[in-house]
Design a binder for this molecule. Sequence first.
Ligand SMILES: Nc1nc2c(ncn2[C@@H]2O[C@H](COP(=O)(O)OP(=O)(O)OP(=O)(O)O)[C@@H](O)[C@H]2O)c(=O)[nH]1
Length: 842
Amino acid sequence: MAQSYFPSRVTSPTKELANFSSFSGDRQLKVEDVQEAYIEQKDRLVNAIDATKSILNDIRTFNKDEWIIRYPQYKEAVEAVSPSSVPRRKALRRSLSFADDPSSETQVVVRKKMQRSVTVSRISENVEEEEADEEASSDFNVLRLDLKLGPNASVTSLVSQLEKSSIANLLDERIGASLNHIDKLRLRVEDTSSKVLVTGDLNAGKSTFVNALLRREVMPVDQQPCTTAFCEVHDATENNGVEEVHIISQGINYDLNDESTFVRAPLSELEGIVSDNEDNERILKLYLADTRTPSESLLNNGVVDISLIDAPGLNRDSLKTTALFARQEEIDVVVFVVSAENHFTLSAREFLTNASKEKAYLFIVVNKFEQIKNKDKCRRLVLEQIKQLSPRTYENADDLVHFVDSAAALQPYTASPTFDDLESSLRSFVLVKRSKSKLHPVSTYLNNLLGDIELLAGANAIVANAELEQAKESLAQVKPVLEKMKKGCEFLDEGLEMVEEEGANGASSKAKVMLDQALERVGQGKLGVDSVVSMPSYPGILGVWDYARDVRRALVASLDAAVKLAEDEARIVTSTGVDKIKHLAEDHLPAGVERNKRIFMPEAMFSTVRKTPKGTKRRSLSVVVGGVHGLGLGLGQRPDMLETTFLDLFDFHHQFWAHFGDGQLEKSGKEDDEPGAPTALGLASVGVGALTMVGGQAIGAKGLIEGIIRVTDLFGNETVKKWAAPVLGAVTIGMTAYLILELPNSIPKTVGRRVRASVLREEEVSFVDAHALRISRETRKVLRLASWDLRARFNGALEARTQEVKAKEAMAKKATRAMEWFGEVGSKSEEVRVKGRLSVDA
Ligand SMILES: Nc1nc2c(ncn2[C@@H]2O[C@H](COP(=O)(O)OP(=O)(O)OP(=O)(O)O)[C@@H](O)[C@H]2O)c(=O)[nH]1
């Protein structure tokens, strides 16, 4: 692409240099100006490079440590906002999406001012005010990620599979590559060397011209075409001040610090080397010391290390090589030497036509001009030819086309103003061209890169803003829930504790009341409770023993039944407690938290857990009380409780204390069914008891009489003996008759009393207390399990909400920081553009 040497609309910093053609008068001063402007721009660019590098490094660090940078992509361009009749395009609404989430779309407005800005579009926004062009709204230039794998893989299909972090990594790599490139650019900007290729027709006097520029006869001059090598002339300072020739073989990459890449030769041998080298197109490096001041010297000008390349004269063979050489990027200027005698040959025309396409401007030296007689004619003819070959050069002919005599300029102590003018022009041209060829691409690159950075920063600020809004929205929802939970935590604890206590205490006290009542009733010879169990009917005197046994069993069973009823009551209490816990759950658990799905089964309470042979636990629903009436293990299962004794039939001991002991026995509750001290009544009772065992047990009438005799033996008194026997007999018989008649009523009472007494006599804990405690424990166990479950759910939910709030707060903080950070990046980038005098189309 042809470069603009004197652009009509100059926005780049080379502006100052571009006025090169307009000055007249003190050329030297202008050259100094050009040098100064170059140095100034070079320094500005180096600063801009360093600032851009710092921004890029910051982005990398930020991407790594704080924020996964999102990679934006524009979707299909939305129609320009401006009506089609308006020739300049206004700010564009575009649809922005992100590589890791192609489905997301954000409407943005892309403006181009000094920098490329991206902002979220608002419906009411007046976008007509500002201008934008399509180029500014294009995607990334430098930081573009090639997310396509193959020709058929669409970006959308591929990137949808890419994670945010993978894209961020790709971006990081891309930034890394860009940093490397910037380093190279920095070297390029700071590298003060520039190459000037001197070429022309055979024998046009190229070597003589180079010698004239160097003010010494270095290059071999011959009337015969002699130069076949490319001789690069450098300042000797580059070679530690040593003047010498380095001979480089073809295909070897020359490295001044690597002896193996060249062969040294003294300068005096140059001619010989060149003539030896006639058939061989080698490259020679010549290091020459220039003693002139930097403002005079072309090679050692104080700004740019210029090297002159004396190329072979153009002929059919060398044309191609030289043309190729001229095209190389490192060649900043092509100086074409043409003999004033011959004008442009066919080869020269061909070369110039091509070279002018590449370089646009050429520096033309019309040599051997002194010999020309009709100089004006010659000048006219040459310029006409130049007009054809390189129009732009022609337009600036005053500066670019010089009619000189190099041989004359070489003569010592001879003033040669035309050659001085040429030299000065050439220095300026080299510097201006250099600025264009070296600084301009760097400026463009930086500008594009900063544009990308701004796009990246703008798009990520949009993302950060969206995340901030999202975090705020979530916090607005979650925070009140968390606060409510925190406040409710204590109430829930208290509530659960209360339910547990109420349940356990309620079940216990109810059990106590029920069992006390049952025991009381049993003590009175009645069934503890009416249900399930019934009293046996009296079978007659002959079945009195069986009766006593059945009565005992019934009463014991009724106590077991009472226990069962107390358990049922506890089940009701527990159910109520479980319901209360459910209500507490509804009150305190936030929406969305799973409730306890287990259904409370009251019948599972008071059951035993058995291990199956397979090792799994199985809850048996058999209850622990109830005895022979199918109610499971209980009092009814205790042999001691079912054991029937004579005392179940007649309990004289009790009768006696009941009648004569002021009922203290009843009160103390310490009835004793065992015979204590051998009292007369006790013995009588034993005797009568034995007497009544007619249908049953071993003792007969003989035993009774023996018993009575033993009683009477106690009385040693003769008087007593006389009347006591009949009285005692009558009383005994009466009592016996009475007791026998009373048996259906007295046996239940006696048995009941004895059952009650034996139950109350339980050693460690009483029957009632033991059951109340057991029932209360079971109730507490169930309620506690439900409480624990609720507490666990509540704490889990509390923790989850706390974490969520923390996460959202962190997200909000991060997003706020990111927004600020990306804003700063945008500002920094703009600052770099301003200070570096970079512009979008620089
Ligand atoms: N009168 C006069 N003769 C010149 C001038 N420049 C070169 N010559 C003569 O022209 C002949 C060729 O000069 P060179 O400098 O060798 O020409 P060249 O273009 O380098 O030759 P090749 O590299 O072999 O193509 C020599 O005899 C020079 O003395 C000049 O300005 N005036």
